[in-house]
Each structure stands twice: as structure tokens, then as C-alpha cells.
Design a protein around this ligand. Structure first.
Ligand SMILES: [Ca+2]
Length: 327
């Protein structure tokens, strides 16, 4: 084995099934060092997502990773939850016992700022839910744009259908104002958006579940326990017993940026209007804007992922979760 350069990350999560599947990968990936987990509302209330995150750490025997509780509603309020997608407990009705570990002191937004100040330029923020905690941190410490090493976000969609509305993705829809604040910030590296364009057809299949269920690791046992409910939700949507690997793919891209095979560099904004487009991520892809021949929009560009090496990702993800050597 060759030594791997590790990247420090904070994973901000609204734990949920796919989020949990992403977090456990983050904990095991040799390229990543998880300095903290921060929780946010989204799939479920922050009480539930925090409990699920703490319980996850116990299940996979990583109880020393600090978990900081974060925002329980968007900047403009009105939280809504998705128990029909993730189960009444948010983790596939897996019936876990309550966790015995407590959240760490301090709000998620403060934890993000403190970690970035402690390791300037070294920490990547990996967002798996609404961007509320990062937006609050940015408002409290505008220098965060330079202190963080990068931002990778599972959310939004460029040119494929939405999920919680015709053109909107759940994490963007949960807090459009926060996403807009984060998009318009001048990050030291362009924000990497891992949206439905690439996550919707990256599937965890029945065969994958079978392999994970047969593997003898705590993480594999945990994933095999939470995934079935989510797979049943997705079954009529994708035409097979399988689920989208939203958060696992984003977490893996934070670890292995070379998994990205195509992306769009564009100025991005979020629709804040009431109605069917609220939360829509809008990228300026007009002719000339990409080449610089015309500057239709000004401001920081994001890098929206539109292609990934899906086979490589799946292989790495499953090997990691199952405790196998990477093939
Ligand atoms: Ca999420």
C-alpha cells in the first residue's frame, strides 16, 4: 500500500439513508480525515438527524468523531420533512436503540468556523443537506471563503428532472436562500455541485445489497440494515429494487476528485421566487459564457458535475464499505 494524502473534511448531514451511506464511506475512505460531523434539518428534523448521526457513529465504532448540532430550519423557516422517503426514523425504519453518546458543544456553524481557523486552507466542507449551516457560518465569518479549502455539495440539478418538484432538488429546496448565499460567495476553489444529473442514475442495486449483507464489517451490516426501505421507495421510480447514491457519490468525489469526468463551470444562482421554481439551481450556460466570448453573468462560478466514472465509484464504494482491498 502506498501512503495516501489525506484531506480534512467536515461532513454536514441531514442523516437520512443516503446521507448515512455517504458518512460511513467518509469515515472509512483513506483519502479523508473527518474532523467533525455537523447536522442540519432536511430529510428529517435536526433532533432526528442528530440522533441518527450519533447512532451511526456507535454502529460503526467511531464514537470519538464530534457531532455538532446545527440549524433546525432554513433561513426563512418553513421546514418540511420526508419520512416517506427515508422512513419514520429517517434511517429506513431500522429500529436502532437510542445512542448513548452526546452531541459536541457548540453550534454546527461555529464548529465549521473553528475547524477552518484551526487548519486554514485544509478543510473541505462536504454538504449532504441544505446549506443552512454553511450560510450561517459565512455570515458570522466572511473570511471563511478563504479559510475553507473547498466546498463539495450534494444538491441541485442542472439539466435533468428535479425530485421534490419538476425542476427542484430537495436540499436546494429546503433552503434556497442559504444555497444562494453559498453560490455567490468567492470561495478559494470553485464550489463543486454534485447534483441529480449524476446522482439519480448512480444506483445501489439488489446485487450491491446482497454483497454488502454478506460482508462481515460493522459498516456493511449498518448499510444493509438501513438501505432496504430507501430502495423500496425508489423501486417504482427507477424500475428495479435499487436506490440513488446521492450522498455517497458526493462524499466520494470529495475524496477522489478524479471520479469526475465532465462538469460545467458557470455562474449559478438559486430561484428564490415563490412557486414551482423555488429552489431551482440555475446555471448560466448561454453560448459565449463558457468560452468568455460574452459575459452574460458575472460573479463566482461553480463547477457542476455532469459526468462521473460510475463503475469506478461503485467499485471503490463497495470495496470500502465491505472492507475489501480496492480492486
Ligand atoms: Ca441529504
Amino acid at each position: 500500500m502506498t501512503a495516501v494524502d489525506t484531506r480534512k473534511v467536515i461532513i454536514d448531514t441531514d442523516t437520512g439513508v443516503d446521507d448515512a451511506m455517504g458518512v460511513v464511506y467518509g469515515l472509512l475512505a483513506p483519502e479523508l480525515e473527518v474532523v467533525a460531523l455537523t447536522t442540519v434539518f432536511g430529510n428529517m428534523s435536526t433532533d432526528v438527524t442528530t440522533e441518527n448521526t450519533l447512532r451511526l457513529l456507535e454502529e460503526v465504532d467511531a464514537p470519538s468523531i464530534p457531532v455538532h448540532r446545527g440549524a433546525d430550519k432554513g433561513l426563512l423557516g418553513r421546514p418540511t420533512f420526508n419520512p416517506e422517503v427515508h422512513g419514520a426514523d429517517g434511517v429506513g425504519d431500522a429500529q436502532f436503540e437510542r445512542s448513548t453518546i452526546a452531541p459536541a458543544e457548540g453550534h454546527a456553524a461555529i464548529a465549521i468556523i473553528e475547524a477552518a481557523q484551526r487548519f486554514p486552507g485544509e478543510v473541505t466542507f462536504v454538504g449532504l443537506g441544505p446549506l443552512t449551516n454553511l450560510a450561517i457560518a459565512l455570515a458570522l465569518e466572511p473570511g471563511l471563503t478563504k479559510l475553507l479549502g473547498g466546498v463539495v455539495w450534494m444538491g441541485g440539478v442542472v439539466s435533468t428532472p428535479g425530485n421534490v418538484g419538476p425542476v427542484i432538488e430537495a436540499d436546494a429546496a429546503h433552503d434556497p436562500e442559504a444555497a444562494q448565499m453559498v453560490f455567490e460567495a468567492e470561495w478559494s476553489q470553485p464550489l463543486v455541485m454534485v447534483g441529480l444529473d449524476v446522482t439519480d442514475d448512480t444506483l445501489f442495486t439488489a446485487a450491491d445489497l446482497e454483497r454488502v449483507a454478506a460482508a462481515d464489517t460493522a459498516t456493511a451490516r449498518y448499510v444493509a440494515r438501513i438501505a432496504p426501505f430507501y430502495m423500496r421507495f425508489y423501486e417504482p421510480l427507477v424500475g428495479q429494487y435499487a436506490c440513488a447514491m446521492h450522498s455517497p457519490l458526493a462524499t466520494a468525489i470529495a475524496a477522489l476528485p478524479e471520479l469526475v469526468t465532465a462538469s460545467v463551470s458557470a455562474v449559478a444562482s438559486v430561484s428564490l421566487a415563490e412557486g414551482v421554481t423555488r429552489g431551482m439551481t440555475v446555471l448560466d450556460r448561454r453560448p459565449g459564457q463558457q468560452s468568455g466570448a460574452r459575459t452574460w453573468s458575472t460573479g463566482p462560478r461553480i463547477s457542476a458535475v455532469t459526468g462521473v466514472d460510475r463503475a469506478r465509484f461503485k467499485s471503490i464504494y463497495l470495496d470500502t464499505i465491505c472492507g475489501s482491498e480496492r480492486s
